[in-house]
Design a protein around this ligand. Structure first.
Ligand SMILES: C[S@@+](CC[C@H](N)C(=O)[O-])C[C@H]1O[C@@H](n2cnc3c(N)ncnc32)[C@H](O)[C@@H]1O
Ligand code: SF4
Length: 464
């Protein structure tokens, strides 16, 4: 039970390796932080009634988020685990009809109207695959039906191919004020081998055209660890990204996901092996040092801002466990302790919308320790965990109880401790998922009851 000082022996499974270079050697594998971890699925027969109660009697004192999923891509980039459906103009346009219908139908639900939305994220897949007319229709419906805060961040995720100037203008006219473009690598050979079609120069020209419009924060996603992406190419990727001078960048270490075309291609020897985890750690450190030297601000483990226009509200608040309304096939949302998933299969999504139902596939409920997990996850994501913000349900001081673990991580070069704040080193940031998983495992030993469903409504919201 987590109600006492834990010994070094209790905590040893979470210790890092000592000696060596912590960014390359601290753990054998990186742990993922999945949003549905620690949440218990409700039985299928409880989903309709639970959803109906959530939509009619939930409110919360905090502003919320909205997410809209567009599950189409022009092609399957080899490395990607997000790919769902091939883009075709007709399918995408019919899909836009369904999204518009879904948003409009929910607009009158008392829960939807009960709180302002501070950030909307159109993600995918590839939202920029939609036609200018469909983008305007979807965004127009978002503005008509959701109570957007006056300074609401509205992000559209896109890629270079098929994101023509008229689409960019349609998005800006419809209120998009943040555009996140997946570049992955600027190196023509590296990117084209992964299924990205534009050349380096085309990519740069495309990004400069958005930047020069000066009407939205521009964010670039880069991947490191792709096959053929040497340290030299990575440095060049960083240099070109900085020269383009967007408002923000994301740096993601390649996760070689089983089942992806890249994983299969490497498995049959068609591709050279991807970078090792040790190499990926080194590339992360190179990215951190490069951007620090340029005076960019690191606002999360994988995200940097060059200008104050880059607020990154959606991504930061989602890690804090903020409420999120979700729309579209494959989207996921959260209301208090209830997270929900919308049917990922296009047919079941369409059939439900046409039948007048929300295509809810799963609802999971979290336990009473979720607010503690949220504080830990959000703190570690931004590099600083303030233990004074952690209120355990039965009282007590988490920092004192796990002191041997914090001391071990400090000796291993992952963290520093200043008073009640634990700060992550660059190595600690790289192994962020492992640190979150250690906290999760320790908290789960406390075993709070997740057996009974918490009530939905104002009282439950105060508890979350
Ligand atoms: C949900 S994807 C959508 C991006 C957009 N469709 C595009 O291709 O530009 C968002 C980002 O996830 C990152 N990503 C995709 N697959 C990844 C993988 N296997 N490992 C790490 N990051 C990945 C990429 O950097 C990508 O830009
Ligand atoms: S990287 Fe983007 S465009 Fe490529 S398959 Fe993944 S979601 Fe689709």
């Amino acid at each position: 039970m987590l109600n006492r000082q834990m010994s070094a022996a209790d905590l040893a499974p979470h210790f890092a390796r000592l000696g060596g270079d912590p960014i390359r050697d601290a753990f054998a594998a990186r742990r993922a932080v999945l949003p549905w971890r620690n949440k218990r699925p409700l039985p299928d027969d409880e989903l309709p009634a639970t959803w109906s109660r959530l939509m009619s009697s939930y409110c919360s004192p905090e502003m919320r988020l909205a997410y809209i999923h567009v599950p189409f891509c022009a092609n399957h980039c080899l490395f990607c685990g997000f790919y769902r459906n091939a883009y075709s103009r007709d399918t995408a346009s019919s899909y836009a009809d369904l999204i518009v219908e879904e948003i409009e139908r929910e607009a009158t639900a008392s829960t939807v109207g009960s709180q302002l939305v501070e950030a909307v994220y159109l993600g995918g897949g590839t939202p920029s695959a939609l036609s200018p007319t469909d983008l305007s229709r979807v965004l127009g419906m978002v503005k008509r039906c959701l109570p957007l805060a006056p300074d609401c961040e509205i992000t559209l995720e896109g890629r270079i191919i098929h994101f023509d100037p008229d689409k960019i203008d349609a998005c800006l006219e419809a209120g998009v004020n943040r555009i996140s473009i997946g570049v992955q690598s600027f190196d023509t050979a590296v990117r084209q081998r992964q299924g990205r079609r534009a050349s380096r120069d085309e990519a740069v020209r495309f990004l400069e055209a958005i930047r020069d419009r000066d009407r939205a924060a521009l964010v670039i996603d880069l991947l490191y660890g792709l096959p053929g992406q040497t340290d030299g190419i990575w440095t060049e990727d960083l240099r070109i990204a900085a020269d383009v001078a967007p408002d923000g960048v994301d740096l993601y270490g390649l996760n070689l996901i089983p089942g992806t075309p890249l994983h299969k291609a490497i498995g049959i020897g068609k591709f050279p092996a991807a970078a090792t985890l040790k190499d990926i750690g080194g590339m992360y450190r190179a990215g951190v040092e490069f951007l620090a030297a340029k005076d960019w601000t690191q606002i999360s483990n994988s995200h940097w801002a060059r200008t104050p226009r880059e607020r990154n509200i959606y991504n930061l608040r989602i890690k804090e466990g903020a409420d999120c309304l979700a729309y579209g096939s494959g989207a996921g949302g959260l209301l208090g302790r209830y997270s929900y998933g919308i049917a990922a299969g296009l047919d079941s999504y369409r059939d439900a919308i046409l039948a007048g139902r929300k295509p809810i596939d799963t609802i999971r409920v979290s336990d009473s320790l979720q607010p503690v997990r949220n504080v830990i996850t959000a703190g570690l994501e931004t590099g600083h965990l303030d233990f004074d913000r952690i209120a355990l349900p039965h009282g007590g001081n988490l920092k004192t109880w796990i002191a041997p673990l914090l001391e071990q991580w400090r000796s291993a070069g992952l963290v520093s401790i200043n008073g009640n704040v634990m700060s992550l080193s660059t190595a600690g940031r790289f192994w962020y998922g492992n640190l979150v998983s250690a906290f999760d495992a320790i908290l789960s030993e406390a075993g709070p009851s997740a057996r009974s469903n918490p009530p939905i409504g104002a009282r439950a919201n105060l508890e979350t």
